[in-house]
Design a binder for this molecule. Structure first.
Ligand code: SF4
Length: 353
């Protein structure tokens, strides 16, 4: 197994993921036998240093949300290792996993769907305290009010129900609940995707403020490359269950190496039309994770595909300090032979990501 990419500040890794796989069985036929598997996450490795934000980007269905959930053990991974604050949790039994829950939390995409409409804000935020602490009722109430202050919610609204709040306020409730047990690590799974554009920046700024205040570490999952550029320390790009490029933010946005990253970045709208780089036109559709292509996962769409790409899965290698990519273009020994293209060009749009 390759050495996983280390985080740039790299004082201490809070989260270390090694060769993580999350495959879901496909059942078919009369006897419902397993006839295949969806390789949603197919061997990803990375570290996240304490206090940093790792952005995880890619198109819908590339496996980024599944990856985040598997790291928190909301799924049982098929294989691989997950070190969380010094404890290996990939195969930890549920009883022991429960003790780890306070340090790792999640902020969900849709605050409307993730909050129980029959519970008051106070009850929602206090729920983790009920589960994991023996605080008295008065202590819990005080803690809830502190958390409401921290996320910018008016204390007077503690007895209201989620429907009385706007989308942005509901996401603040979700963030307050995630903070209740003083976590170290939070997976933010598209936390702003369901919000109006006008309030997305407010929620991202709040997450940044909370990170500074409480020393939080984030895995920030998003299809919004502009927002990830704003918040992330480093960025990992995922395609069809694999990380194809990982680099410090400025290196990834300034000098993307992988053809897929280049295509994604060329699809980000620029406010100044003169600054808009030529768009990279990709070949074909995203293959099914149940039937990924042989060789490089991106070979059916890559504008720079070579013969070897259809045969051999490229190694994920370090091209510059902290800058990793999986592509034969950067392998000195790879022959540069053009392979025929099979699909009509399609353009990656920011909205598709
Ligand atoms: Fe493109 Fe080949 Fe690199 Fe894959 S390995 S990204 S197909 S050039």
């Amino acid at each position: 197994m390759l050495d996983a990419p280390r985080s740039s500040p790299s004082d201490r890794s809070l989260v270390s993921v090694r060769d993580l796989k999350m495959h879901f069985p496909i059942h078919g036929g009369l006897l419902r036998r397993q006839v295949g598997e969806v390789k949603a996450v197919d061997g990803v490795s990375f570290d996240i240093a304490e206090g940093e934000t790792l952005g995880l980007v890619g198109e819908s269905g590339c496996g980024k949300s599944t990856c985040g959930r598997a790291i928190l053990r909301l799924y049982d991974p098929t294989s691989g290792e997950i070190m969380m604050d010094g404890t290996e949790i990939a195969r930890l039994p549920q009883t022991q996993l429960r003790k780890m829950r306070p340090i790792m939390q999640m902020v969900f995409q849709d605050p409307q769907a993730s909050l129980n409409p029959r519970m008051t804000v106070e009850a929602i935020i206090a729920e983790p305290l009920d589960e994991h602490t023996s605080m008295s009722k008065a202590e819990k109430r005080e803690r809830v009010l502190e958390l409401m202050d921290a996320v910018g919610l008016n204390r007077a609204f503690a007895t209201r129900y989620p429907h009385a709040f706007s989308g942005g306020q509901r996401q603040r409730i979700g963030i307050a609940r995630a903070l209740a047990l003083n976590p170290k690590f939070i997976v933010c799974d598209e936390p702003i995707a369901a919000l109006d554009v006008s309030i997305q920046a407010q929620v991202v700024n709040l997450l940044e403020d909370l990170q500074r205040q409480f020393g939080l570490t984030y895995l920030f999952i998003s299809h919004d490359l502009s927002m990830v550029r704003h918040i992330a320390t480093r960025v990992a790009v995922m395609y069809l269950g694999k990380i194809v490029e990982l680099a410090p933010r400025d290196a990834l946005y300034g000098e993307p190496r992988h053809p897929y990253t280049q295509a994604l970045l060329s699809a980000v709208p620029e406010p100044d039309p003169d600054m808009q780089a030529d768009r990279t036109v990709l070949q074909g559709d995203v293959p099914s994770p149940a039937n990924p292509p042989k060789g490089c996962n991106f070979c059916t769409r890559c504008p720079q595909v070579m013969g070897i790409c259809h045969e051999i899965d490229p190694e994920f290698r370090e091209l510059a300090p902290g800058h990793f990519a999986a592509c034969h273009l950067y392998n000195e020994t790879s022959p540069r032979t053009e392979a025929p293209r099979h699909n009509e060009p399609t353009e990656v749009q920011q909205g598709d990501l």
